[in-house]
Design a protein around this ligand. Structure first.
Ligand code: FAD
Ligand code: NAD
Length: 469
């Protein structure tokens, strides 16, 4: 049991842990990172953000070749899906990026340990390798970054073949005939889109009366219409009661909450995407009395410290949006705090994106939240339909909504349903980070013709002076 000594030991190499480690290395902290899986990068790089976006991009090309090229005057025939190649491309991207993390550790003098980490005391982390051998790392500080795992729905337990989680949905060996998706949130809509584009019938069952219930209601309703036009089917306000698997498929029983009737639906594969839960199994938190809430999230103060000031927790393991960029910022903030800088995360400006087509992107408060909080606000909206670039692309579905304080004009929220909304939202994040107003966006140059002009028009519309409508 050799013992090494560090300034910081991080447990978990997801985007929170590995970006935190790189920053700590840059700041000159002697840093180690412990990862139980054979590759670095956590959920995001291995079974999350990256493989899902690779498949979204590939399937988008396939759908465009089938439905849109002709409108652009490009006639092609014999389009055929090669699913094996599509999956191999996705796997290569994952391999490149997870390998890239190992390179970053080397470059920034971060020592990786492959094994399961457990906190023995506020200054000791035990690492158990796959062969059972143990090692103890002495450390001045610990960063817990063990992330999250899928949240099983007790009435529809996973079997990994017919009833699957997002992980299996990223690597199905063939296109299902009918994919039933339980949960109309971000994973359901993204992976539902992938398989819909590749030829599956897709039905989404959602408990609430709209998709992505935490996002802006007007835009999510519009998104439902647009995805519906693409062929995705929705059963909203349904309560899933159980599942029965057979040789040919799965029967899901649900209650239609509108009339309380019990119904069934059959599919060959069921994707359960009803949220994720923090993962801290075997981490030793109970023994140390590190507090968690009743859903298992580790409780921290505004400096991301647990009850031990030198034991920090970040990312999906703590309350807040389960997003890679949120985890990254927290990892960086902790490294900077330890190095004596003013580590800080501005939770008011965490953007969130659903990578469907069109994409849904959002930052700040929704109109529903502003109403609930009694905030006086002004709203400006603008459609993509009249925008020259959107027309040129042939992608005119969607709109932008800008919400600003009624008295000060300060930006309170920006919501975009449209092509490349994921990239467009960055402008709104910067403006909000600088405490900007709707007028600031409205008076800023936007190159013509670009999609970003729609954001500017929505900002102008806050003051009722949109010019292109
Ligand atoms: P994780 O990425 O979960 O990493 C935790 C790491 O800790 C893992 O590698 C795990 O093996 C390791 N670990 C756990 N316990 C131990 C232990 N005891 N010892 C050693 N190692 C341990 N977010 C976005 O922002 N954009 C997206 O487009 C996006 N797409 C997603 C798509 C899917 C299908 C999924 C499932 C998630 C997606 N997310 C996305 C969410 C994103 O992946 C997470 O928010 C992010 O990975 C959280 O980072 P983290 O560092 O907190 O934890
Ligand atoms: P989610 O919270 O986004 O969506 C879950 C959906 O399931 C919700 O709409 C909820 O109302 C519904 N639901 C819950 N229980 C249900 C039930 N019994 N029957 C029917 N519907 C039910 O969760 P997710 O889609 O599983 O994603 C998990 C996490 O991963 C999210 O927190 C998300 O932030 C993250 N993620 C992010 C991205 C991205 O940023 N693009 C992509 C994928 C995942």
């Amino acid at each position: 049991m050799a013992s090494e000594s560090y300034d910081l030991v991080i447990i978990g190499s997801g985007p929170g842990g590995y970006v935190g480690a790189v920053r700590a290395g840059q700041l000159g902290l002697k840093t180690a990172i412990v990862e139980k899986d054979p590759t670095f990068g956590g959920t995001c790089l291995n079974v999350g953000c990256i493989p899902s976006k690779a498949l979204l991009d590939s399937s988008e090309h396939y759908a465009m070749a089938q439905h849109d090229f002709e409108k652009h005057g490009i006639d092609i025939s014999g389009i055929k899906l090669n699913l094996d190649n599509m999956m191999a491309r996705k796997d290569k991207i994952v391999k490149d990026l997870t390998g890239g993390v190992a390179f970053l550790f080397k470059k920034n003098k971060v020592t990786p340990y492959v094994g399961k980490g457990r906190v023995l005391s506020q200054n000791q982390v035990e690492v158990t390798a796959a062969d059972g051998s143990k090692q103890i790392l002495e450390t001045k500080n610990i960063m817990l970054a063990t992330g999250s795992v899928v949240n099983e729905l007790p009435s529809v337990p996973y079997d990994g073949k017919q009833i699957i989680s997002s992980t299996e949905a990223l690597g199905l060996p063939r296109v299902p005939k009918h994919l039933i998706v339980i949960g109309g949130g971000v994973i359901g809509l993204e992976l539902g889109s992938v398989w819909l584009r590749l030829g599956a019938k897709v039905t989404v069952l959602e408990y609430f009366d709209r998709l992505c219930p935490t996002m802006d209601a007007q835009l999510t309703k519009r998104m439902e219409t647009v995805l519906g036009k693409q062929g995705m089917e929705f059963l909203l306000q349904v309560k899933v009661l159980g599942a029965k698997t057979g040789k040919d498929g799965v029967t899901i029983t649900y209650e239609d909450q509108k009339d309380k009737s019990q119904k069934t639906i059959e599919g060959d594969v069921v994707l359960v995407a009803t949220g994720r839960k923090p993962f801290s199994e075997g981490l030793g938190l109970e023994e140390l009395g590190i507090e968690k809430d009743k859903r298992g999230f580790v409780l921290v103060n505004e400096h991301l410290q647990t009850k031990y000031p030198n034991v920090y927790a970040i990312g999906d393991l703590i309350p807040g949006p389960m997003l890679a960029h949120k985890a990254e910022e927290e990892g960086v903030a902790v490294a900077e705090t330890i190095a004596g800088h003013a580590g800080h995360v501005n939770y008011e400006t965490v953007p969130s994106v659903v990578y469907t087509w069109p994409e849904l992107a959002s930052v700040g408060q929704t109109e529903e939240q502003l109403k609930e909080r009694g905030v006086q606000y002004k709203s400006g909206t603008f459609m993509f339909a009249p925008n020259g670039r959107a027309k040129a692309m042939g992608s005119t579905d969607g709109m932008v909504k800008v919400l600003a304080d009624a008295n000060t004009d300060r930006l309170l929220g920006v919501h975009i349903l449209g092509p490349r909304a994921s990239d467009m939202i960055a402008e709104a994040v910067v403006a909000m980070e600088f405490g900007g107003s709707a007028e600031d966006l409205a008076r800023t140059f936007h190159a013509h013709p670009t999609l970003s002009e729609v954001l500017r028009e929505a900002a102008l519309a806050v003051d009722k002076r949109a010019r292109q409508s």
